[in-house]
Design a protein around this ligand. Structure first.
Ligand SMILES: [Zn+2]
Length: 141
């Protein structure tokens, strides 16, 4: 698995395949954004599938940006909802939270980057231990 620096990557990098709660059976389903403009939702548990052409999508909420279904990888924390689009995104957040000293190369920081847009409670030292436990629980989902 590639290791990313949260300050050099934006959310768009993780939207090609998003894990969601199936709207039919509430088990794990996925939304795949194909480069031809079609976005396809498939559930291996109940075989539900649907597709649509997506012209506009909004990033940054605990819902998939194409269909608007709740993300599979999300959990309530005392300060807000912690979420990730997929396991790679979750691992990026885990590494970012676990890092004692975060590698910030000022020249490369984009203010659209995941690292610079995380809420303060996600990077707060006092929440580190609890958030890493939460991430562990999400990984086992
Ligand atoms: Zn299903």
């Amino acid at each position: 698995m590639t290791t990313y620096n949260a300050y050099e990557i934006t959310l768009d990098a993780f939207i090609a395949k998003i894990l969601i709660v199936c709207p039919k059976c509430t088990k794990k389903a996925q939304v795949v954004d194909h480069s031809d403009g079609n976005t396809i939702l498939t559930c291996i548990s109940c075989a539900y599938n649907t597709s649509k052409k997506v012209a506009f999508y909004q990033l940054g909420t605990p819902k998939d940006p194409f269909f608007g279904h709740p993300l599979w990888l999300q959990k309530k924390f005392k300060d807000g909802i912690f979420w990730a689009y997929n396991l790679e995104h979750l691992t990026l957040l885990e590494n970012h939270i676990a890092a004692n000293r975060r590698a910030r190369d000022i020249t490369k920081i984009s203010n659209r980057s995941i690292g610079s847009r995380l809420p303060k409670w996600v990077t707060s030292k006092k929440n580190r231990k609890e958030l890493l436990q939460l991430i562990d629980a999400l990984k086992k989902r």
